[in-house]
Design a protein around this ligand. Structure first.
Ligand SMILES: CCCCCCC/C=C/C(=O)SCCNC(=O)CCNC(=O)[C@H](O)C(C)(C)COP(=O)(O)OP(=O)(O)OC[C@H]1O[C@@H](n2cnc3c(N)ncnc32)[C@H](O)[C@@H]1OP(=O)(O)O
Ligand SMILES: Cc1cc2nc3c(=O)[nH]c(=O)nc-3n(C[C@H](O)[C@H](O)[C@H](O)COP(=O)(O)OP(=O)(O)OC[C@H]3O[C@@H](n4cnc5c(N)ncnc54)[C@H](O)[C@@H]3O)c2cc1C
Length: 673
């Protein structure tokens, strides 16, 4: 996609003239190679240039219903084109995945408040791909890929989202009719939240308690038709609708769903993991948590989403900060670009570093997921708990950081950041939604902490540990002595590891002490605050460790100039992290006041170096103007023109005098109060 052709603001141009590395080389890294960048640009342009999308229409001014209808209309324009492009490319599965991956960002620009089909192409398709036997794949996958049916993932209920073992929807098997009967026995058993459920889809994966031969066999996935394929009317026994206005995700069409004696054929229970014989005999899966697999995949994908939201928000904040001038630093000098205020650098530069390190983590986790899934396909499930713990931990840490960073970026844009046209509000809403969906973040941290405590016990007993938690051995080996701080990247990593291990120890000790008076469960609950802190610190350990390993590799493969930028970014991430976690570090590391002052000074030096590269890095994220969709963050930096043009488009500005003047204001003013 070509950059905006208008004249670039001179302050921004001056910044770009000073960039001391090859921006394109950075972009190639961010998207995984020059070929991928080409593909991304092609796909972006292919979709966004379509006039039928009518992207001129600012949907934020529409009513709730109109927003949904426009989002459906636009999505269909996109999906029709997607299939056309897919056929042109050769029609392979890989081609489809390639388009979908690139379409993720483009879709955000087309439907800024969410995609009413997102669940069909993600959780619904993934569940059918990963949890079905061969006959089921043959029956359902072609219909899903051809969009002959549209589906969602219906797990959460009014009464339970977190503790899924207690979901109340029932699926009772009758071997005589070879059917399940689905029921929602209580109000709290109604499905509540599934995306695209309200009025868009006609099928769903429904998680329900399986009853057979008079016994409950826990939650199992069923594919259920909800609406008639011609009329789209709810089928008999189905009570379905939209859950109403939300903080964000307005066009995702999250829905509710109740069942009253809904019949589902035997073949519709997804049978890759658990099995039910036709006579009703239940065969347990190798691991009961295999049915949670789709959630694990999505948590892994959420890390790159978090990285991209931060990349987008920091692009807007930085470009704006390079053209906005305010408040002279020396009273006699002209007002500087606001980025010259060091507090502004402190708001934005660490965010840019996070986007890069999260991207490294996303790549690492995607590879790990693939290798553990391949092991799983051969029947080896040994590393499933490790992947579960890591994906929960990073999903929580990265989306928490994401929401925090996006909000700081909004604040860094002052008053203008509060305008919708600044483009930060949808990013923020999506970030904060991600803190809750796919596992509420506190709950995710507690899951990771379970793994940490187990590993800690293992380490104390001289057992073996997985690579990512081996640092617990160092803590135990120090036998109560504190880690001595040294001011290098690896020194910072060891300090964060010591803090994570130390907090794990505190949590462990808390549980051990409480266990004398309480059950292990109660003791674990009472240690909850320590547990979440330990898991959070562990997440930072993983990020820094993977960041160091990946960036060292990158530096070996890029030009020296770009290598220096990556080194700078890694140090920024590390120093920002340790300064933010200094309280935890002080508790477990021998670090002096002088060391801390040195770190603070180092941060200032890092800012100075990054000052010239920062614009190159955000340009290198390569968000085109339609994708960035921001008056403050467009490539040309013509902020004030963009702001006034956007304001003029307000529906209120389409007439000189609004009718409320004659209806209410004038009579009120003339009424002699
Ligand atoms: C642009 C993007 C748009 C996206 C659209 C948004 C779509 C959103 C969709 C959704 O939100 S779908 C619904 C998601 N729901 C959740 O994430 C629910 C969160 N809850 C859970 O995941 C589970 O309930 C739980 C918290 C993991 C607990 O599960 P359970 O009660 O069954 O387990 P426990 O008895 O507590 O035992 C924990 C035990 O189990 C192991 N474990 C749990 N999950 C897994 C797994 N996936 N793989 C392997 N092992 C797992 C865990 O390690 C514990 O082991 P032990 O410590 O007991 O050894
Ligand atoms: C935008 C959005 C989209 C969604 N899309 C879907 C979808 O497509 N399909 C679907 O099935 N679901 C979906 N969900 C539901 C989502 O997965 C759940 O809301 C989420 O898992 C949290 O569960 P909950 O709502 O039950 O929260 P609760 O568990 O009720 O959380 C409330 C509070 O209790 C705390 N808490 C709960 N349990 C514990 C515990 N064990 N220890 C400590 N604290 C605890 C939490 O930390 C939180 O502070 C979506 C939700 C949102 C917001």
């Amino acid at each position: 996609m070509s950059k905006n052709l208008s004249i670039v603001n001179k302050d921004l141009k001056e910044e770009r003239d000073k960039i001391n590395f090859n921006v394109e080389e950075f972009t190639n890294w961010f998207y995984g190679g020059a070929e991928k960048v080409k593909e991304k640009k092609y796909i972006e342009n292919y979709f966004l240039s379509d006039k039928d999308l009518n992207l001129e229409l600012d949907t934020s001014y529409l009513s709730y219903k109109d927003k949904y209808e426009e989002a459906v209309r636009r999505s269909i324009v996109v999906y029709k084109k997607l299939y056309k492009l897919h056929n042109e490319m050769g029609g392979t599965h890989e081609d489809f995945v390639k388009i979908m991956e690139n379409l993720r960002f483009t879709m955000g620009a087309i439907n800024p408040e969410g995609n009413p089909f997102v669940l069909h192409f993600s959780m619904f398709a993934l569940t059918i791909m990963n949890m079905t036997n061969d006959e089921q794949k043959a029956e359902w996958l072609p219909r899903i890929f051809n969009c002959n049916i549209l589906g969602t993932y219906a797990q959460t209920e009014l009464g339970h989202g977190t503790y899924i073992q207690r979901l109340e929807t029932t699926a009772t098997y009758d071997p005589k009719t070879k059917e399940f009967t689905l029921n929602s026995p209580t109000l709290t058993s109604y499905k509540w939240w599934p995306g695209n459920l309200g009025h868009t889809v006609d099928h769903a994966i429904v998680m329900a308690q399986l009853y057979s031969q008079g016994k409950c066999h826990g939650i199992q996935p069923f594919i259920v038709q909800l609406r008639d394929s011609e009329t789209h009317k709810p089928l008999p026994g189905i009570d379905i609708g939209d859950i109403g206005n939300k903080v964000g995700f307005q066009t995702v069409n999250n829905g509710f769903l109740g069942f009253k004696n809904v019949k589902v054929p035997y073949k519709n229970m997804l049978m890759k993991n658990s099995k039910l014989l036709e006579d009703g005999t239940f065969i347990k899966p190798k691991n009961a948590k295999l049915n949670y697999g789709t959630m694990v995949i999505i948590r892994v994908h959420m890390i790159i989403d978090a990285a991209c939201r931060i990349a987008k928000a920091t692009t807007i904040a930085l470009r704006y900060s390079l053209v906005r001038r305010q408040s002279p630093i020396n009273p006699n000098e002209i007002e500087p670009k606001i980025i010259e205020h060091i507090t502004q650098q402190n708001k934005i530069f660490p965010g840019i570093a996070k986007a890069v390190v999260f991207k490294c983590m996303a790549d690492y986790l995607t590879k790990l997921h693939l290798s553990i899934t391949q092991e799983g396909n051969t029947g080896n499930l040994a590393r499933m708990p490790e992947l579960h713990a890591l994906s929960c931990c990073l999903k929580a840490v990265c989306t928490n950081e994401d929401a925090k960073t996006v909000e700081v970026c909004r604040l860094s844009c002052g008053g203008h950041g509060f305008l919708r046209s600044a483009g930060l509000d949808d990013v923020y809403r999506n970030s904060t939604a991600a803190q809750t969906y796919e596992g509420e973040n506190t709950v995710m941290l507690l899951q990771a902490a379970r793994f940490l405590i187990k590993s800690f016990n293992e380490a104390r007993n001289g057992g073996s540990l997985t690579e990512g938690v081996k640092y617990l051995f160092d803590f135990i080996g120090r036998n109560g002595k504190r880690e001595i701080f040294d001011n290098s990247i690896n020194g910072i990593l060891r300090a964060i590891q010591a803090a994570a291990a130390g907090r794990t120890y505190i949590a462990w000790k808390h549980i051990e002490d409480d266990k004398r008076h309480n059950s292990i469960e109660v003791a674990t609950n009472l240690a909850g605050v320590h547990l979440t802190k330990a898991a959070e610190l562990h997440g930072y350990v993983c990020l820094l460790q993977v960041g160091i390993e990946e960036i060292e590799k990158i530096i070996r493969n890029v030009s020296p100039a770009l290598g220096l930028v990556f080194k700078n970014i890694l140090e920024l991430f590390a120093v920002d992290l340790i300064l933010n976690k200094i309280g935890d570090v002080i508790q477990h590391v021998d670090i002096s006041n002088e060391d801390i002052e040195k770190l603070e000074k180092q941060m200032e030096t890092l800012f100075k170096f990054f000052r010239t590269s920062a614009i190159g890095v955000v340009d290198g994220f390569d968000f085109s103007d339609p994708i960035i969709d921001s008056t403050l963050g467009s490539y040309d930096g013509n902020v004030y023109e963009n702001l006034i043009n956007a304001a003029r488009k307000s529906p209120l500005n389409q007439e000189d005098v609004n009718r409320t003047f004659h209806l209410y204001i004038k009579p009120f003013m003339k009424s002699n109060l």
